[in-house]
Design a binder for this molecule. Sequence first.
Ligand SMILES: Nc1ncnc2c1ncn2[C@@H]1O[C@H](COP(=O)(O)OP(=O)(O)O)[C@@H](O)[C@H]1O
Ligand SMILES: [Mg+2]
Length: 333
Amino acid sequence: MSKTNIIEAENLTKVYKGKVKAVDSISFSVEEGEIFGFLGPNGAGKTTTIKMLNTIASITSGKATVAGQDVTKHPAKVRDVIGVVPQELTADDELNGMENILLSARLHHVRGDDARKRASDLLKLVDLDGAAGRRVKTYSGGMRRRLQLAIGLIHTPKILFLDEPTLGLDIQTRTKMWEYMSKLNKEQGLTIFMTTHYLEEADGLCNRVAIIDHGVIKVSGSPSQLKERVGGDVLTIELTTGPDITDFLRSIPDVHDVVRTDQSYRIKLPKTEKALPAIVEGVTKKGLEIKEIAFTKPTLDEVFLEVTGKSMRDEDAGESESYIQNIITERMQ
Ligand SMILES: Nc1ncnc2c1ncn2[C@@H]1O[C@H](COP(=O)(O)OP(=O)(O)O)[C@@H](O)[C@H]1O
Ligand SMILES: [Mg+2]
């Protein structure tokens, strides 16, 4: 049974002031219950797309539906079922955390005990229950973004839109944000549409992603599909001694290519996990001994490079890629 598309965009286009084509005829869909990542460098058109889907920016041409409602024809209906965590934070500095959430509750017609109960549950979810009575101007950047997440959830939306939810956050807060998002998605079936220019983050979190550059979607699919497209993993096996087993390795299903250097074999394959048992078993059966085994996986950065011809790293030089990678590796173990 195919899932329902909860967001659909068809040739969606935005031209600012008749000049800047920020979004250029993009089409995509998001299934109910998935975490969808909208990825691309600064200026790619991510915020503009999210604003059109959120009924904040007008659509120049094309169309979009959110939860079955056309965003241009029924903006109020769309706003009822979406939660929005914008790139620019909107909480009122002079109010405390609880007051900010209750203000948002009123705007969404959530009232009375219902509103208070939900507000305290949400403050707990984002670990701000201790700071609920403090004015937001005393909050750190991470606390503000967590509060903004709670604000976006007050009316129990079906779909949550997050624009760069982890931008500029320290690694602990960033990891926390992922945890909240995963939890909301898993436990409440919340559909999440998020933008980010941290590609590795999307890799760990999103069911499917679309990569956008200069207003155009270059490629979309699950992170593993996209990485397989780039050429898959590289597995390196070094044997202590023995005959040339290149032909044997090539005969294993799923192995794409083998290059031998002395006792070391560089094996290209779509997914190491799939072919590894057969490789190890075959080598062992031949009475050979494995001295060392290692593999590298392609990243979404390589996908970006392949589809755009340039590296995201060039644009976001110095961005903390390695510690993001470390965290992801930890989470995979
Ligand atoms: N209000 C605006 N008026 C004119 N141009 C804009 C406006 N907002 C964004 N742009 C331009 O549209 C393009 C896409 O911007 P944006 O959607 O913010 O990208 P991203 O969120 O991916 O960084 C950029 O070239 C940006 O300068
Ligand atoms: Mg943006």
